[in-house]
Design a protein around this ligand. Structure first.
Ligand SMILES: Cc1ncc(COP(=O)(O)O)c(C=O)c1O
Ligand SMILES: [Zn+2]
Length: 420
């Protein structure tokens, strides 16, 4: 494989590609390092190799940290587990028009097997977990990861333990338990759940916690969002991406995907401006951005965007650095703006997103209103989860007609517009 080692983001200490996530020297986070020299420098050949791959994330196996990925080298096994990815990129002209923007695209990651981008990260972490000999999958989740881990474990025939804050949306709880996982509701918020999972991970050596001891592998899955966007835009880069932030992993890894491919010559031009999106009720990264700080001060979340409710974001400092260096930014939006964002996206594109997508869409609207986006910019809005998982967010936001089954009543009530 082209992954060579784990490297500390802070002090550059190196470690073998095992289940390790924190640097022994400085406690910094570990990231995968690669040597892509074996791919050669024939860009056209490399593009053809990618395009000949399966219609899922395994087409990007050359850029993922697996020994024997179910990708180009072993196409017949590309249906192992629940393959994620290859989700639509939709040109959203009516949304652009409503916001007074030139060119807006929606990356619709609700099309994944459990309807969020988390299927991507879980696919990588679970395959690596099997390669390293783990027999059980686990996670600390704000909801979507719970769905993805429970489903992937079922697909792979592995037992799983999913830890969630007890007050998650009912849809997310039901869409997790159905897979036959051990569902553990913890009395506390996500940051409490995460602390507990770090402790359990130390005690259960045969468990792969996808976002704890497998985190460096898990995080690489988010790069595939960038690879797909670039491929779908005809091997070009967008000018700007608007991306939701919880831990900051998705946000930073999308940028890593674009820059890796640019270094390899697969893409040309300036890196996209990266705009992060948070809910005001849990906005440690947006607050640090506004204050000009390099680190985030932890907060206690209070927002309807529960999937983004991480008060102490692991990748916060890197998200801040990326927003500043790329010329983007990080904004936060209120719960009312989130509800309006969900409606705006639904009404203009036919895509029903969960609260995280409401955060992202509302942030795009805010950037447009502030005049931060140039008329000729090509903007990608990354929609990461499905509206059917957070139905309460749209309850009471529209009216319906109620009639008796009679034509007269239909005409009088509906067509003559007397709404109840
Ligand atoms: C729907 C959705 N979007 C975005 C995110 C943000 O992910 P990250 O923790 O990588 O910032 C999450 C995280 O749980 C999520 O569930
Ligand atoms: Zn270190």
């Amino acid at each position: 494989m082209s992954a060579t080692e784990l490297k500390c983001r802070e002090c550059a200490a190196r470690y073998p590609l095992e289940a390790r996530y924190v640097c022994e020297q400085c406690f910094g986070p570990l990231e995968i390092a690669y040597d892509h020299s074996a791919l050669g420098d024939d860009v056209s050949a490399l593009r053809r190799r990618i395009q000949a791959g399966p219609q899922n994330i395994w087409r990007y196996s050359d850029f993922l940290p697996l020994d024997a990925p179910p990708g180009p080298s072993g196409r017949n096994s590309s249906r192992v587990g629940l393959p994620a990815g290859c989700t639509p990129l939709i040109r959203a002209d009516r949304l652009a028009e409503r916001l007074g923007l030139g060119e807006v695209w929606v990356k619709n990651d609700t099309h994944n097997p459990t309807h969020s981008f988390k299927d991507r990260v879980v696919a990588i972490a679970s395959q690596r977990a099997r390669e390293l000999g783990f027999d059980t999958l686990a996670c600390a989740s704000t909801g979507n990861l719970a769905n993805a881990v429970a489903a992937q474990a079922a697909a792979l025939g592995m037992p799983s333990y999913v830890f969630i804050p007890a007050d998650l949306e009912e849809q997310k709880i039901l869409a997790t338990g159905v897979y036959g996982t051990h569902l553990v509701k913890v009395a506390g918020n996500y940051d409490d759940v995460n602390r507990l999972c770090t402790e359990v991970s130390g005690e259960r050596e045969n468990w792969a916690f996808v976002n704890v001891n497998m985190r460096p592998y898990y995080a690489e899955g988010s790069k595939t969002v960038a690879y797909e966007i670039a491929e779908q835009l005809g091997w070009t880069l967008p000018d700007r991406c608007v991306v939701p932030i919880a831990s900051g992993s998705l946000f930073t890894k999308i940028a890593k995907g674009f820059s890796e491919w640019t270094e390899l010559g697969l893409l040309d031009g300036d890196q996209p401006k990266m705009n992060g999106a948070q809910a005001l009720g849990c906005s440690p990264v947006a607050a640090a951005y506004e204050a000009g700080a390099d680190v985030c001060r932890p907060v206690k979340p209070d927002t309807i965007a529960k999937s983004l409710a991480i008060g102490n974001p692991a990748d916060g400092p890197y998200a801040l650095e990326l927003a500043r260096e790329s010329g983007g930014g990080i904004d936060s939006v209120t719960d009312d703006e989130i509800r309006a964002g969900i409606r705006l996206l639904a009404e203009t594109t036919g895509i029903f997103t969960e609260t995280a997508g409401g955060v992202t869409t509302a942030t795009l609207a805010k950037l447009a209103e502030r005049g931060d986006i140039g008329a000729d910019e090509r903007v990608v809005l990354v929609i990461t989860g499905d509206g059917l998982k957070t139905l309460d967010a749209v309850r009471g936001t529209f009216e319906a007609y109620e009639i008796t089954p009679s034509f007269d009543d239909f005409e009088a009530t509906v067509e003559q517009g007397a709404r109840i």
